[in-house]
Design a protein around this ligand. Structure first.
Ligand code: ATP
Ligand code: LTN
Length: 335
């Protein structure tokens, strides 16, 4: 039987902070669900990470932890290409070109730039500003059809589309114009401390997020101290963002519907509810943790995964970069 060409998926995760339950439920879990039906590439985007100051030793350790966590969450390296962004030089090369086709005004409107420059007012560097051009390069190099991300990244994918359309209309069909792919459930796991804000791995308050690497008793404590309300009923409703978030977390980690949870907890207090949420979260994370420890102890295997990932990614992306260089009018390299 003729095999239909699989669509291409690209996404990236920044090795900043530690992977949270939000990253897992909002992004990685969906990536795992896509691996049989699409050709998927996922990169630990270490080049993006240095747009804010990083401690070199910590960054190196975190990059390895992130890769091991992606594997532990269920991404199969035989089905997905997994690599470190800095190992594939075409990303930096195409980013330069795209910088020349992106306007200052467009970059100045990016919410992430505004947020991060407010947070790091002492280090508003040029890389932080041009970050979306590098992200566009990541995506366009692989002619990706879909980019699975949480809602916060939609604006960057839209800018990527604008840049691709601009380049194509100047030089003829060069890039596939990608679509964002945003999950309906679990797309936004909220902060435990301020449930109107998204759970973020670089939050200064560690009580705001659950890390996949937190001790299990720490997870239980964080959920116990999660901000709720004084109403006392386990259900959704106005001003009940904290309970809403916990219901959402419980539902995605256990598979039980929110309606069924609401019915089961009628007349019971927040204490009992939170204890069960904690239990469900721990049971969801426990197998991931066991596999994570095994991968972290198998350096040779991990190296083979990221070596093969980078080699294949380079081969695919070089084709796009060569096409771009030719269209721009660069003299072809002598063979
Ligand atoms: P940072 O706080 O350092 O900006 P982050 O927690 O937002 O990091 P990213 O590396 O920017 O994480 O994102 C990785 C993926 O996880 C992206 O697809 C992003 O949309 C998704 N994601 C991040 N936070 C959440 C959340 N709270 N709920 C659902 N998805 C999320
Ligand atoms: N900007 C993204 C990370 C990222 C990305 C990408 C996501 C970098 N390059 C390419 C999708 C596709 C973030 O902050 N989550």
């Amino acid at each position: 039987m003729e095999q239909l060409e699989k669509k291409i998926i690209f996404s990236g995760i920044q090795p900043s902070g530690c992977i949270t339950l939000g990253n897992y439920l909002g992004a990685i879990k969906n990536w795992v669900a896509l691996q049989d039906d699409y050709r998927c590439l996922y990169s630990v985007v270490d080049m993006h990470a240095i747009t804010v100051r990083q401690d070199p030793k910590q960054l190196r350790q975190r990059c390895l932890e992130f890769l091991c966590l992606l594997l532990a969450c269920g991404l199969d390296p035989d089905k997905n290409l997994l690599f470190f962004q800095s190992h594939v030089p075409t990303h930096a090369e195409l980013a330069w070109v795209l910088n020349c086709f992106t306007y200052m005004g467009e970059l100045g409107r990016m919410t992430q730039f505004k947020d991060k420059s407010a947070k790091h007012a002492d280090n508003i560097n040029v890389g932080l500003f041009t970050y979306p051009a590098l992200m566009a390069a990541d995506i366009l190099l692989y002619q990706a059809d879909l980019v699975p991300v949480g809602g916060d990244q939609k604006q960057h994918v839209e800018l990527t589309r604008d840049i691709a359309v601009r380049f194509n209309s100047l030089f003829g069909e060069t890039f596939k114009v990608p679509e964002p792919y945003i999950p309906k459930v679990g797309a936004r796991i909220m902060s435990l401390a301020e449930p109107t804000k998204k759970m973020s791995k670089s939050d200064d308050n560690p009580k705001a997020y659950i890390s996949l690497l937190d001790d299990f008793n720490v997870i239980a404590k964080k959920i116990k101290s999660a901000v709720t309300d004084s109403d006392g009923r386990v259900c959704r409703g106005e001003g009940k963002e904290g309970i809403d978030n916990l219901l959402n977390i419980y539902s995605v980690t256990s598979g039980e519907s929110i309606a069924s949870l609401e019915a089961r907890f009628e007349g019971r207090g927040y204490g009992e509810f939170k204890a069960e949420v904690a239990q469900a979260v721990v049971e969801c994370i426990r197998p991931i943790r066991r596999r994570f420890d095994d991968y972290m102890n198998d350096k040779a295997y991990i190296e083979s995964v990221y070596k093969k990932g980078a080699e294949t990614a380079l081969k695919i992306s070089q084709r796009t970069l060569d096409k771009v260089h030719k269209k721009l009018g660069y003299v072809a390299r002598a063979k």
